[in-house]
Design a protein around this ligand. Structure first.
Ligand code: NAD
Ligand code: TYD
Length: 361
């Protein structure tokens, strides 16, 4: 049975990935989820699988060398899938240090512990061990408003925010381990994800939540910044395929082929909510474009991200399957059907879940 060590599995993408993996492989795999449970970690995301005998949660900081080394000592880990990070650009602008701590130093700890566990006396690595580092397209910087300009794997690294700089640094560390030790690692750089369980500080869940609450919908700058949106389950599949089919030392871009201006996204959310909310719902009358409010732009706001996911398609056979019109509908439906999840997140109650659930374990 293959054993996965997933870091940051209580976050948005990590929890969707864990769901994807159990749906795909069932009891043929074991997953150990190590997460510090920062404000972004929410074990409620995983409550349907928490009693599975082949799933274990470990509350630990990836910067804690002893705690991470202990997991490797006690388990024969075959795959590390490394999501854990501080992930929000606005927070990185306010408080960069924790981004360096977790994203750079934490990645160094993960690499070092995996190397110590997997390296053999002759300096080669045990067979069939793989480390997948999850990164972002933001490491490439910003593109002009030219529809033919894309990020390729060969695009020079040119990050601008403290978040993207810390992710670029972690990518370079992974590369250094491959180049120096022939460490078995692969990097993926993906575009903006959307889907269930995303913390409402990111654009799409924030707009859904504010619209339902009749609050202003804040648009940074002129609203014409472009992001490429990727449905999170497509991403989960891409990570799995890159882990198994990727070549060591290579990076693979994972994108949705779905570029949209922020203002377009906001308009689509308002229109979809209008369609999905029943006439009897008193909130429906408030969900209008009148809520759109232009606010001061983000400092250093990257203008446009767009990914060419050709390499992963050609080498590994992955491509984005979910059309945005379907993915956004699924996502909004999920938020409407899981209003307690959102209430617990916005009230802070989700942080009590760990105490209740894991107090006696
Ligand atoms: P998230 O913020 O939702 O989740 C991060 C998880 O990591 C949380 O569960 C948190 O508790 C955990 N964590 C944070 N610091 C930790 C530490 N020191 N030790 C252990 N656990 C810690 O993030 P996400 O959106 O799921 O992103 C996951 C990964 O994907 C990140 O590496 C991010 O850079 C990358 N990424 C995300 C996007 C996106 O659109 N969300 C796009 C590109 C890349
Ligand atoms: P975000 O979801 O924070 O992702 P990222 O900055 O990593 O791409 O933001 C997506 C885009 O939406 C980005 O251009 C900033 C913009 N934005 C707003 O206009 N208003 C908001 O309230 C937020 C959170 C983001």
């Amino acid at each position: 049975m293959r054993t996965y060590l997933v870091t940051g599995g209580a976050g948005f993408i990590g929890s969707n990935y864990i769901h994807y993996m159990f749906e795909k492989y069932g009891d043929a795999i074991r997953i150990i989820n190590v997460d510090k449970l920062t404000y972004a970690g929410n074990l409620e995301n995983l409550k349907d699988i928490e009693d599975k005998p082949n799933y274990t949660f470990v509350k630990a900081d990836i910067c804690d060398k002893e705690a991470i080394a202990k997991i490797f000592e006690e388990n024969d880990i075959d795959r590390v899938v490394h999501f854990a990070a501080e992930s929000h650009v606005d927070r990185s602008i306010k408080n960069p240090e924790v981004f360096v701590q977790t994203n750079v130093l934490g990645t160094a700890v993960m690499l070092n512990c995996a190397k110590a566990a997997w390296e053999q006396e002759d300096g080669t690595f045990k067979d069939d061990k793989r480390f997948l580092h999850v990164s972002t397209d933001e490491v490439y910087g910003s593109l002009p408003d030219d529809p033919n300009a894309y990020f390729y794997e060969t695009t020079p690294i040119d990050p601008h925010s403290p978040y993207s700089s810390s992710k670029a640094s972690s990518d370079l560390l992974v590369k250094a381990y491959v180049d120096t030790y022939h460490f078995p690692a692969i990097i993926t750089n993906c575009s903006n994800n959307y889907g269930p369980y995303q913390f409402p500080e990111k654009l799409i869940p924030l707009i859904i939540n504010n619209a339902l609450a009749g609050k202003n919908l804040p648009v940074y700058g002129d609203g014409k910044n472009v992001r490429d949106w990727l449905y999170v389950m497509d991403h989960a599949k891409g990570i799995d395929m890159a882990t198994e089919g990727g070549r060591f030392g290579e990076r693979y871009n994972i994108g949705g082929h779905n570029e949209k201006q922020n203002i377009e996204i906001i308009n689509i959310i308002i229109e979809t909510l209008q369609e999905l909310l029943p006439d009897s719902d008193p909130r429906k009358a408030n969900v209008t474009k009148d809520l759109i409010t232009y606010v001061t732009d983000r400092k250093g706001h990257d203008r446009r991200y767009a990914i060419a996911p050709d390499k992963i398609k050609e080498e590994i056979g992955w491509y984005p399957e979910t059309m945005f019109k379907d993915g956004i509908r699924l996502t909004i439906k999920w938020y409407l059907e899981n209003e307690d999840w959102m209430k617990n997140v916005t009230s802070g109650d989700y942080q009590k879940y760990y105490e209740g659930m894991y107090a006696n374990r």
